[in-house]
Each structure stands twice: as structure tokens, then as C-alpha cells.
Design a protein around this ligand. Structure first.
Ligand code: ATP
Ligand code: MG
Length: 250
């Protein structure tokens, strides 16, 4: 579904070249919920931004459903972003002047695909995520968790092939974080959504099917949850992360 292969990305600062991604390869299957963890500066956001084509990679392939995104022209990339990808950002990025329902419909409005079915889809997503009762409210008048659920619903309005999320629980308390994770799990179970989430939070990551751990721009570990309990998986993640920071002296 998503196949990243030997991806390299460097940033040039003056005469110095900094390699942020060094030969990253990973696959995400349809319907899988995958987290990316790793120390600050390990390349997580860079990886997400390359996959979403916000920044160009230097070399390597990013295949989404068989199309190599890295080779598409800019106009085609914009279309892929609007039709095949859904985004959830740390600070929600809801528009203050639009209601919850209109915010959810925004990607369709931007894509010029306004229709009655779009309104039905928006209403269904409001039901799925428990925000039907606030759909006519404005972002200023709802809680952080409700904003984030609105953002998840918006990411799903186009039935994207892949949802990309960067620290979606980063600014939230534990109750709201749980609400966001629940909305991803619901999207996975009820809508067969595929989710790729960058997170620092081992609690959030422990709900995922798989966790990719980056270090210094490379994939260091790939952990599958398998049949173990969420709690046991979280302990495993914490162990791996603390071992890594001991080795690197962080
Ligand atoms: N626009 C940029 N120009 C130059 N260097 C950059 C740029 N963006 C990121 N970097 C560098 O690339 C490396 C990876 O950054 P990235 O933002 O991908 O890390 P991250 O894993 O998301 O970190 P965090 O957990 O702090 O968000 C860092 O060393 C960072 O300083
Ligand atoms: Mg980051």
C-alpha cells in the first residue's frame, strides 16, 4: 500500500550538508496502524513530510498504491495530496470561521467536489466520532479533544488511502489523547483506514499494529504488537527506547 524504499534526504545549511534520512525503507499494509518513534531530531517529521511530498527527497522511492510519488509533477502531487492522503496535525489547523461540520467538509470544498453525498459523509463521520452534537459549533467553542476528533474526521472525508499524522496527541491531556487514539482505531476498524503516525508517546504507539523506530535518520527497529496486550507492548517500547538512549548517551 505504502512502500518507502531506500529514501535519502539531506538539508543543506550553508556549506554543510546534514543527512536527515539515510536509506529509510518501510512498508505499510492497507488497514494497518503504524507509529514512528525515535529521539528528537531522528528524522520523523522529515520522513512524514517526504511521504506527503511537502519536501522533495534526494533519492529513493515512495510508492503509494503502486504510484511513485517522488517522480510525480507538482500538479499531480497536489491531486494525490487532496484525494489520496488525509492529514492530522499537532495543532489541528481548523479554520476558526467555519463550523465543525464545514471544517470536516473543507478538503472536498477545496477539491471542488461539493455534493449532497459529501454532507451525508460529513454527518456520518460526526456520528462515528461522537461530535454530532457539536457539529454546528465553531472551533473556539469546543474542547481540545473535540477539535482533534474534528481534525481526524476531516482527514477522512475523502476516504483517503493513507492518513498521515504528526504528533496528533502532542498537545493533549491523557483523556483527549485517548479520544484521538480511539478515533484512529475506529477509523481503522469501521472505515478500514490506514494510518501512519509520528509520536513521542509510547502510550499512543502501544495501540498500533507496528512501531518503526528511527535513530539518526535510519530505521533502527521495527516492532510488531502481535498477540501481546497493549500494556506489554508499551513496556516493550519503553525498554527499547531506554536501551537506545543508553547506547547513544542521551
Ligand atoms: N528545514 C530544515 N533545514 C535544516 N535542517 C533541518 C530542517 N528540518 C529538519 N532539519 C534537521 O533534520 C533533522 C531531523 O529533523 P526532524 O524534524 O525530521 O526530526 P524529528 O524526529 O521530527 O524531531 P522531533 O521529535 O524533535 O520533532 C534534525 O537534526 C533537524 O535539525
Ligand atoms: Mg518532528
Amino acid at each position: 500500500m505504502l512502500n518507502v524504499s531506500n529514501l535519502n534526504k539531506s538539508y543543506q545549511i550553508g556549506k554543510t550538508k546534514y543527512e536527515a534520512l539515510k536509506g529509510v525503507s518501510l512498508d505499510v499494509e492497507k488497514g494497518e496502524f503504524v507509529a514512528v518513534m525515535g529521539p528528537s531530531g531522528s528524522g520523523k517529521t522529515t520522513l512524514l513530510n517526504c511521504i506527503s511530498c511537502y519536501i522533495p527527497s534526494d533519492s529513493g522511492e515512495i510508492q503509494l498504491g503502486g504510484t511513485d510519488l517522488a517522480k510525480l509533477p507538482e500538479a499531480a502531487i497536489a491531486k494525490v495530496r487532496n484525494e489520496k492522503l488525509g492529514f492530522v496535525f499537532q495543532d489541528f489547523l481548523l479554520l476558526d470561521g467555519l463550523t465543525v461540520r464545514d471544517n470536516i467538509m473543507l478538503p472536498r470544498i477545496i477539491g471542488g467536489q461539493v455534493s449532497a453525498s459529501m454532507e451525508q459523509t460529513a454527518d456520518r463521520l460526526c456520528e462515528v466520532f461522537g461530535i454530532a452534537h457539536i457539529k454546528n459549533k465553531y472551533p473556539a467553542d469546543i474542547s481540545g479533544g473535540e477539535k482533534q476528533r474534528t481534525a481526524v474526521a476531516r482527514a477522512l472525508i475523502n476516504s483517503p488511502e493513507l492518513i498521515l499524522a504528526d504528533e496528533p496527541t502532542g498537545n493533549l491531556d491523557s483523556k483527549s489523547s485517548r479520544a484521538v487514539i480511539n478515533s484512529f482505531l475506529q477509523a481503522k476498524q469501521e472505515l478500514c483506514a490506514t494510518i501512519f503516525m509520528v509520536t513521542h508517546d509510547s502510550f499512543a504507539a502501544s495501540f498500533c499494529d507496528r512501531v518503526v523506530i528511527l535513530q539518526d535518520g535510519a530505521v533502527r527497529r521495527m516492532l510488531s504488537r502481535g498477540e501481546v496486550s497493549r500494556r506489554a507492548f508499551q513496556d516493550e517500547l519503553l525498554n527499547v527506547i531506554s536501551e537506545m538512549s543508553e547506547v547513544s548517551g542521551q
